[in-house]
Design a protein around this ligand. Structure first.
Ligand code: NAP
Length: 265
């Protein structure tokens, strides 16, 4: 983020699910740079505490810590968020960013695939949002917070592997469409608690999720984006931080599309 001109300053503690790698790691760094303590939530990556330590070393005026929890487990998510608040200070925001995908033809997708993908991308997002909303609502009159959900441009389109050939990920794309509507439902219900809920929908971003795709597919996708390339994770952070901040005080139930122009076509 630019150090001159319009600079966003944030305080408090922000929880970032999947904050240890990819887009989530870029969110964690951007938040620490903006002045927030960061609770990085991860599921299995053993190096997550090291990632937190390195961000902490870079931004010594804030606290950054990693917490292991599977966000598809509501009770453990609540416990973990409460512990993060006790250790880092008052939680003011959440980026529900953890997500998984499976690239498989629809005829081969199984109930287990559905449970895995929807368990993280929809139930995990809901659990994270409900856990943080619970903390805020229990504050009573002081209730206030901002939630940002990482959705995807794939909520609206079917990605192509090559011209007129779909990248088969029916559960992933539909899970992202589900959370785009979840944003509106939660925003409508929680407006009375002074809680705003919005989403950011990235296009193709260079992360582990896309790096393992066949190079021909990546090249085809990049070539068809009006900006002619995948995004770097850092290029998704500005919209999320803006939504977390009071600069977005009149924005709820909305989505920022950050797709290099892909949905123009
Ligand atoms: P990524 O590099 O594959 O990282 C996924 C993250 O989610 C990891 O930190 C992982 O933790 C965490 N996670 C997965 N399941 C979890 C669970 N059950 N509980 C807690 N944490 C869990 O992903 P990414 O590419 O940065 O994507 C981040 C978000 O952006 C996802 O929601 C994705 O769908 C969305 N998105 C990505 C792109 C793209 O092109 N990359 C485009 C649009 C939208 P561990 O490291 O411990 O496994």
């Amino acid at each position: 983020m630019s150090s001159t001109g319009y600079v966003l300053k944030l305080g408090g503690t922000v929880i970032v699910t999947g904050g240890n790698r990819g887009i989530g790691k870029a969110f964690s760094r951007a938040l620490a740079r903006a002045g927030s303590n960061v609770a990085i939530i991860y599921r299995t990556s053993k190096d997550a505490p090291d990632v937190a330590r390195k961000i902490q070393e870079e931004f010594q005026n804030v606290k950054v810590r990693a917490y292991q929890v599977d966000v598809s487990d509501y009770d453990r998510t609540v416990e973990t968020f409460k512990r993060a608040e006790q250790e880092l200070g008052e939680v003011t925001g959440l980026i529900a960013n953890a997500g998984v995908s499976a690239i498989k033809p629809a005829l081969e997708l199984t109930t287990e695939d559905f449970r895995n993908i929807y368990g993280v991308n929809v139930l995990g997002v809901f659990n994270s949002a409900k856990a943080v909303a619970r903390i805020w609502v229990d504050r009573g009159e002081r209730s206030k917070g901002s939630i940002v959900i990482t959705a995807s441009m794939s909520a609206e389109i079917i990605n192509q592997a090559s011209t007129n050939k779909p990248l088969p990920q029916a559960f992933y794309n539909s899970s992202k469409a589900a959370v785009r509507n979840l944003v509106k439902g939660l925003a409508a219900e929680w407006v009375t608690h002074n809680i705003r809920v919005n989403s950011v929908s990235p296009g193709y971003v260079r992360t582990d999720q896309t790096e393992h795709l066949d190079k021909n597919i990546r090249d085809h996708q990049a070539h068809n984006v009006p900006l002619r390339r995948f995004a770097e994770p850092e290029e998704i952070t500005g919209q999320a931080l803006l939504l977390l901040s009071d600069r977005a005080s009149y924005q709820t139930g909305a989505d920022y599309l950050v797709d290099g122009g892909q949905l123009i076509w």
